[in-house]
Design a protein around this ligand. Structure first.
Ligand code: NAD
Ligand code: MG
Length: 412
């Protein structure tokens, strides 16, 4: 049976990698819907090649998309239905014809559509980590209730997912376990002792700390190993990406922050590790290519060709690992505090970071202002328990307003 896939954020880096994997398996997957934001020309190209039933655009971009599509396609070719705005994204995510939703929008903007896909009980492949950071506990409970299968695409979490015992995986991903929970005296289920997220350390791993105040957005967005969207690339330079991933790992694998460690691994070959109570450590390795975790999540529990290159360890020679410098990357400690506090804290951290990254990219603040702006915003907004999506969106809005105010004091 063919699987209908909706790709939210199809014009982005993860969206493009997903389209590439799907195109390798036309007998298995059909692109049912694609969405984009401002790049209507690119979206029209994708629609021409992949022939989706539905296209989602930002409100006000409908005519621009139609015109781009018209320029690229023959008169008689079938036009996709065009929907728009957040309501359009939510409708695609919950559409009965859709089997699998790939959440590849960048930032908090992806929350409503991720919640919609989960609520509709879909198989949901999540690259878009921000919604999980904002209200992951609620989303995972909603998944269990609706029978949604949540699968991690973020490479570290996909690596951990691959290393975990099947029974653990089924429990944490909202599916009924195949055997009864057995901690056998361990602290966490199935004798998982801890997980370790690897991090490349970004472009400034070895830059003298006193030079960081002068780095430009272009330098900060130049990731050594991965080609990614601008926001996640800047997050990799501050290591806020790893801070968000720490919170994401707690959500996916039902672990406390103390059971999630971070290790710098500049080659990005070992994508993460799981340690068990007997001190065995399992790791997943592959070349740094997002098509690997995407193919894994698309086909799980089967395995399909991803298009990635073969890992040649002899050619790489050696793999390095080091403890992150907490002074250079202060957001790692901040993430632990916020993850432990819970409630609306992670949503506030995420929103403040989105504001600070935008301001840095616009040349308004320095690179070294990003984390202090996030820290002050987090300090000044009291966290509360989460009752639902609206409350999280309210906390997000409040944090954005305050972060802008804090940022104005740092303006260059
Ligand atoms: P990107 O910037 O390349 O693409 C983002 C996509 O989201 C685009 O299609 C864009 O049109 C869409 N989008 C952005 N703002 C939107 C809005 N307000 N409304 C609707 N659509 C909007 O980003 P990316 O690198 O592909 O990352 C996407 C997500 O996946 C992020 O959450 C990122 O953290 C995560 N992720 C990315 C990678 C990677 O290798 N790129 C790896 C792991 C996780
Ligand atoms: Mg990652």
């Amino acid at each position: 049976m063919i699987t209908n896939v909706a790709i939210l954020g199809a014009t982005g880096s993860v969206g493009g990698a997903t389209l590439d994997v799907i195109a390798r398996h036309p007998e298995r997957f059909r692109v049912w819907a694609v969405t984009g934001h401002h790049q209507v020309g690119k979206l029209a190209d994708i629609a021409r090649v992949h022939q989706p039933q539905v296209v989602g655009v930002t409100t006000g971009q409908e005519a621009a998309f139609e015109s781009c599509y018209g320029d690229r396609c023959a008169e008689h070719s079938r036009r996709p239905e065009v929907v728009s705005g957040t309501a359009g994204l939510e409708a695609i995510a919950a559409c009965p014809e859709v089997d699998t939703v790939v959440a590849a929008i960048a930032g908090a903007a992806g929350l409503p559509s991720v919640a919609s896909a989960i609520g509709a009980g879909k198989r949901v492949l999540i690259a878009n980590k921000e919604p999980l950071v904002m209200m992951g506990g609620h989303l995972m409970s909603a998944a269990a209730e609706a029978g949604a299968l949540v699968l991690p695409v973020d490479s570290e979490h996909n690596a951990i997912f691959q290393c975990l015992p099947t029974a653990y995986r089924n429990t944490v991903m909202g599916q009924p376990p195949q055997e009864s929970n057995d901690t056998a005296g361990g602290r966490y289920p199935w004798n998982v002792a801890a997980v370790t997220l690897t991090a490349s350390g970004g472009p400034f791993l070895n830059t003298p700390i006193e030079m960081l105040a002068e780095v430009t957005p272009t330098q900060a967005a130049k990731h050594p190993n991965w080609s990614m969207g601008r926001k996640i690339s800047i997050d990799s330079a501050t290591m806020m990406n790893k801070a968000l991933e720490l919170i994401e790992a707690c959500v996916y694998f039902s672990l406390p922050p103390s059971a999630v460690q971070i290790l710098i691994h500049p080659q990005s070959i070992v994508h993460s590790l799981v340690e068990f109570d007997d001190k065995s450590v399992l790791a997943q390795m592959a070349v740094a290519d997002m098509r690997v975790p995407i193919a894994n999540a698309l086909a799980y529990p089967e395995r399909i060709a991803s298009g990635a290159a073969t890992l040649d360890l002899a050619a790489i020679g050696s793999l390095d690992f080091l403890t992150p410098d907490r002074q250079r990357f202060p957001c790692l400690d901040l993430a632990r505090v916020v993850a432990t506090a819970g409630g609306t804290g992670p949503a506030v951290l995420n929103a403040a970071n989105e504001v600070a990254v935008d301001e840095f990219c616009e040349g308004k603040i320095r690179f070294t202002d990003i984390v202090p702006i996030v820290e002050e915003t987090v300090d000044r907004i009291p966290f509360s328990d989460i009752s639902g999506v609206q409350q999280v969106l309210d906390a997000d809005a409040r944090a954005r307003t305050l972060a802008k105010e804090v940022s104005s004091r740092h303006r260059l």
